[in-house]
Design a protein around this ligand. Structure first.
Ligand code: GDD
Ligand code: MN
Length: 403
């Protein structure tokens, strides 16, 4: 009697096996079911307050026969887009909003939205009404019927158009397209599109390989796949923006290069380390230049010239790393000063390591080039490791993503 009592609690209670727990959860889900979710529409926003209500209304019309939800991922817009969406979401359960604090980035916003839904298919589209929402049902049926991983809403195939895109924007876009071929095996006419639909299983499959940096989330997803992607394109006309402004700027271009680099070399050496090393290499040139200037031209003593060149170089490296390598963790104000100080300290120790290791190796009979290289490599790794944790306060052991 007593034993069967225990048995009963085991079947569905806390002590039950995981399989039994899942089974009872599933049963609970079925008993509470209020409809099956077919589609999620993820909309990244930054200052789109005027556009979002219009988009939500248009989606309601065009997706009338489909069970869908909309997830607006807002990076704490200064025009309080998130507040406006919450106003709608309070009355409509199919509208949700994620307000991200202290984060910026179109690609990472899309990824976060995609990770937050249980829908089997996920569409991603801009919140500024430039993407033609009326093709969404066609994208979904295409994906379902042809069992596709991805359906791209494409501006470049026959029947599509770039709309009234500014001339230089078209040139830039074409250049980006050419560069994308470096990392993309698949034949896609518009891999830079911000409008597409994916099977959630595909996202789950590739999400660990994504870079999550910049504007080009589709390209990131496609280039992260380890197998041929089942894909189709649906043409549409890219509309002109009526209110608000494009967030595409110089930094976006830079981030695009990051994405390409990360996809090209990220699996060999972490992109951040590669950038840190590049900055260091530029620093070496600057050091030698300053030294030449002070020692040869201004006739400062060699020791003093060395010290001055070291300080100049460390400051330059700190500035550049803070701007580029750690742009996502950029230090400002008081933290900037503390950062500079810890950077000086870490790199001085790095220099000491370099000197003592290379001297030691040389003494033990190794060729000077080997001893010198080993010293530089060791001190670079030291500088990188220590400053990433202490100066820019990155976590140890986390996956080394570009963001
Ligand atoms: N959450 C978040 N965070 N959203 C952002 C951010 C950000 O940092 N930056 C931009 N967005 C949102 C905008 O509010 C808009 O809804 C959408 O992302 C696209 O931004 P735009 O600034 O309008 O980009 P675009 O029109 O120049 O370029 C878009 O369309 C092209 C063609 O499809 C982008 O989607 C490009 O990637 C795409 O190639
Ligand atoms: Mn736009």
């Amino acid at each position: 009697m007593h034993e069967s009592g225990i048995q009963e609690t085991r079947e569905s209670g806390v002590g039950a096996s995981p399989a039994a727990q899942f089974a009872s959860l599933r049963a609970l889900g079925e008993s509470l079911a209020d409809g099956r979710l077919e589609l999620a529409v993820v909309v990244p926003t930054f200052n789109e307050r005027a556009n979002i209500p219009v988009l939500l209304e248009r989606l309601a019309t065009v997706l009338a026969g489909i069970s869908y939800e909309v997830i607006v991922v807002d990076d704490d817009s200064t025009d309080r887009t998130w507040e406006a969406v919450r106003g709608v979401a309070a009355h409509q359960r199919r509208v949700r909003v994620i307000r991200r604090i202290g984060r910026r980035g179109l690609a990472s916003a899309c990824l976060e939205g995609m990770m937050s839904t249980a829908a089997p298919y996920i569409a991603v589209m801009d919140g500024d009404l430039q993407h033609d929402e009326t093709i969404l049902p066609k994208m979904l049926t295409t994906a379902l019927q042809e069992k596709l991983d991805v359906v791209v809403a494409s501006r470049n195939t026959a029947g599509a158009s770039m709309g009234e895109f500014a001339k230089e924007r078209v040139h830039l876009s074409n250049l980006g397209l050419k560069l994308s071929k470096l990392i993309l095996p698949a034949a896609v006419s518009d891999p830079m599109s911000g409008f597409f639909l994916v099977d959630r299983r595909f996202v789950d499959e590739v999400v660990y390989n994504t870079s999550g940096v910049g504007f080009k989330i589709l390209l990131d997803l496609l280039a992260s796949a380890k197998r041929p992607v089942r894909l189709a394109e649906v043409p549409y006309t890219f509309r002109t923006r009526e209110t608000g402004e494009s967030k595409l700027d110089f930094a976006t271009g830079l981030e695009y290069l990051y994405l390409l680099l990360d996809k090209l070399i990220g699996h060999v050496v972490p992109l951040r380390f590669a950038l840190f090393a590049l900055v260091g290499a530029a620093g070496v040139l600057l050091h030698l230049g300053t030294l030449a200037l002070l020692y040869r031209q201004a006739h400062v003593s060699f020791m003093n010239a060395q010290v001055a060149a070291t300080v100049v170089t460390m400051t330059f490296n700190y500035l550049l790393n803070n701007l580029v390598t750690y742009r996502d963790a950029r230090l400002r104000g008081g933290k900037w000063l503390v950062g500079l100080f810890t950077f000086y300290l870490a790199c001085s120790l790095g220099a000491a390591i370099n000197l003592s290791v290379s001297a030691q190796l040389l003494r033990s009979g190794l060729p000077w080039l080997f001893a010198g290289t080993a010293g530089v490599v060791l001190s670079s790794v030291w500088n990188y490791g220590v400053t990433s944790v202490i100066t820019w306060r990155r976590r140890l052991g986390g996956r080394n993503r570009a963001v």
